[in-house]
Design a protein around this ligand. Structure first.
Ligand SMILES: [Zn+2]
Length: 199
């Protein structure tokens, strides 16, 4: 069978490792790519290679961007004194879709998880504390996910901020328990931001 052959098996494995892609879907995608015309199949690998080489982390907020600083950080109409902290770039995208948030962001690129060896040093915590220490920052909103790791990360950051005298709030619940921001609809997310509680 085709997927016993090494090159096709490698493609299948790579697709199967993508988030939300089960074995059957990965097989369908691999078969499609292997039977499609050359131009169509190579468009995917070319696009991936080019995007990977151009997209970097914003040196200020950590969001993925092709221009550093990113479009949010360089937008002077936004409130740079309000920083919403999220675990992943998907959190920024989810909140931006809501359209009502006017502050800026900070992407941690993960959450604290001692069992997997993820401590503050593996995240962009230092950069966040550096930003929070700036005079112009009025409030930090902790919008980490409603999971054990997300809650632990929020508590850790709250303690770090309090010793620095920065106002900190936690996004209101309503964001589905155990879920990431990307699973909340726009209205839920807007309420969650509006209804945040000062810690
Ligand atoms: Zn940025």
């Amino acid at each position: 069978m085709i997927f016993d052959a090494p090159a096709a098996a490698r493609l299948l494995d790579a697709l199967h490792r993508l988030p939300g892609i089960g074995r059957r879907t990965a097989e369908r995608m691999a078969l499609h790519l292997l039977s499609a015309p050359d131009a169509e199949a190579y468009e995917l690998s070319d696009a991936l290679r080019e995007a990977r080489s151009r997209v970097v982390r914003c040196s200020s907020c950590g969001m993925l961007t092709e221009q550093d600083p990113c479009s949010i950080c360089s937008d002077t109409r936004r409130d740079h004194g309000l920083i919403c902290v999220v675990e992943h770039p998907s959190g920024v995208i989810a909140i931006e879709k809501g359209g009502s948030y006017r502050g800026v962001f900070h992407v941690l690129h993960g959450a604290l998880n001692p069992l997997e060896g993820i401590g503050p040093d593996q995240l962009t915590v230092d950069k966040l504390l550096e930003r929070a220490g700036g005079e112009a920052v009025n409030e930090i909103i902790l919008a980490t996910n409603a999971t054990a790791e997300g809650e632990a990360t929020a508590m850790y950051l709250m303690r770090q901020m309090q010793t620095r005298g920065v106002a900190v709030s936690r996004i209101a619940h309503g964001v589905p328990m155990g879920g990431g921001l990307e699973y909340a609809d726009d209205v839920t997310l807007a309420h969650a931001l509006d209804g945040r509680t000062r810690l």
